[in-house]
Ligand binder design. Sequence first.
Ligand SMILES: *[C@@H]1O[C@H](CO)[C@@H](O)[C@H](O)[C@H]1NC(C)=O
Ligand SMILES: *[C@@H]1O[C@H](CO)[C@@H](O)[C@H](O)[C@H]1NC(C)=O
Ligand SMILES: *[C@@H]1O[C@H](CO)[C@@H](O)[C@H](O)[C@H]1NC(C)=O
Ligand SMILES: *[C@@H]1O[C@H](CO)[C@@H](O)[C@H](O)[C@H]1NC(C)=O
Ligand SMILES: *[C@@H]1O[C@H](CO)[C@@H](O)[C@H](O)[C@H]1NC(C)=O
Ligand SMILES: *[C@@H]1O[C@H](CO)[C@@H](O)[C@H](O)[C@H]1NC(C)=O
Ligand SMILES: *[C@@H]1O[C@H](CO)[C@@H](O)[C@H](O)[C@H]1NC(C)=O
Ligand SMILES: *[C@@H]1O[C@H](CO)[C@@H](O)[C@H](O)[C@H]1NC(C)=O
Ligand SMILES: *[C@@H]1O[C@H](CO)[C@@H](O)[C@H](O)[C@H]1NC(C)=O
Length: 293
Amino acid sequence: MINQSEQFLSLSVFTIAWLVLLSSYKVNSSSEKEVKALLKWKNSLPSQSLLDSWVLPDQVRNNTNSSLQTPCKWYGISCNEEGNVTGINLAHTGLRGTLQNLDFSSFPNLLRLDLKENRLTGVIPAAIGMASNLQYLDLSTNSLNGSLPLSLANLTMVYELAVSRNQITGILDPRLFPDGTSSSRTGLKSLKRLLCQKTQLGGRIPNEIGNLKSLVLLALDENYFHGPIPPSLANLSELSVLRVPVNQLSGKIPENFSTLRKLSDLRLFINQLSGFVPSQLGNLSSLTVLHLA
Ligand SMILES: *[C@@H]1O[C@H](CO)[C@@H](O)[C@H](O)[C@H]1NC(C)=O
Ligand SMILES: *[C@@H]1O[C@H](CO)[C@@H](O)[C@H](O)[C@H]1NC(C)=O
Ligand SMILES: *[C@@H]1O[C@H](CO)[C@@H](O)[C@H](O)[C@H]1NC(C)=O
Ligand SMILES: *[C@@H]1O[C@H](CO)[C@@H](O)[C@H](O)[C@H]1NC(C)=O
Ligand SMILES: *[C@@H]1O[C@H](CO)[C@@H](O)[C@H](O)[C@H]1NC(C)=O
Ligand SMILES: *[C@@H]1O[C@H](CO)[C@@H](O)[C@H](O)[C@H]1NC(C)=O
Ligand SMILES: *[C@@H]1O[C@H](CO)[C@@H](O)[C@H](O)[C@H]1NC(C)=O
Ligand SMILES: *[C@@H]1O[C@H](CO)[C@@H](O)[C@H](O)[C@H]1NC(C)=O
Ligand SMILES: *[C@@H]1O[C@H](CO)[C@@H](O)[C@H](O)[C@H]1NC(C)=O
């Protein structure tokens, strides 16, 4: 009993001390929100030295270095001129833990989240949809599981979404993409590059993917997609790279792919496609890779 209350007491003292530190940390409020969110995430992760610089200035022995007054000098954090956090770049760092306690709503100015090639586990939290100004999201090469949250449809500014080499299951939900009307408010409508290689995604490739008007690269290699190659892809006038090899796609190669004037790399190998190779492909003057094995 005594031990327990002592533990409780020291825990409370610690918490209060921490709160006092936090409140004495004089930066403007939106930056304070970001600092709190980053520290909360850090504290939820296994202890790892790469985040050693993520500390409040008061925790630094001699608080004389004014460059430590914002999170902007913390490892992997970048800011705009106003001191708002605009980037979290911890790619290739061996980062361990989950995204569960990263409060995405605390980063209204976050443009870039790059966590590729790490050791993250758990799911992609639905709260990621709150980072509504995000432009670049790379979670490739981790051990993330679960399905792609529908809230990703909120990220209408994202031009690159990469989740390759994770254990992501489920489907590419049509609601992730714009509905094709000009009034479509949600959907990943700014996407230029969509990379979902070597995941465990399956189902059909939704026809709505043809509404991603700016799409330049679509890479869905080595998944469990079945059904036809959506003919709507022929509508993507900027499409340069189309890779859907090693899936279970069936049906014909759409003839009107010949309208894809910028197509340079078409890989359809190891699927269950049938029929002829459309002669119209011969008209694709930009094509440099055609892999149909
Ligand atoms: C901190 O400041 C004190 C004097 O204010 C100085 O003696 C000490 O060396 C400083 N420590 C560090 C780590 O800079
Ligand atoms: C303040 O800290 C930054 C980042 O750790 C470092 O680059 C810089 O040299 C330091 N400046 C002084 C005056 O110690
Ligand atoms: C907020 O902080 C930034 C840099 O840390 C500063 O340039 C800006 O003037 C501050 N804004 C307010 C309202 O204090
Ligand atoms: C951060 O961005 C908000 C608007 O989202 C703005 O009000 C604030 O002044 C900016 N600056 C800092 C340092 O938070
Ligand atoms: C989408 O973003 C807005 C803020 O721009 C937020 O209020 C809303 O909760 C987000 N929706 C989802 C599903 O994340
Ligand atoms: C995801 O992986 C974790 C272990 O890292 C496991 O506990 C959890 O059940 C998995 N969730 C799903 C949806 O597969
Ligand atoms: C291609 O776009 C046109 C015009 O936006 C639309 O009418 C047509 O249905 C689209 N084709 C497919 C297969 O989605
Ligand atoms: C391509 O052909 C399909 C039918 O094969 C049709 O539905 C679609 O509208 C065509 N798209 C374009 C852009 O011509
Ligand atoms: C290829 O393009 C030429 C000129 O643009 C056109 O006359 C011809 O019909 C096209 N051939 C195919 C197979 O689409």
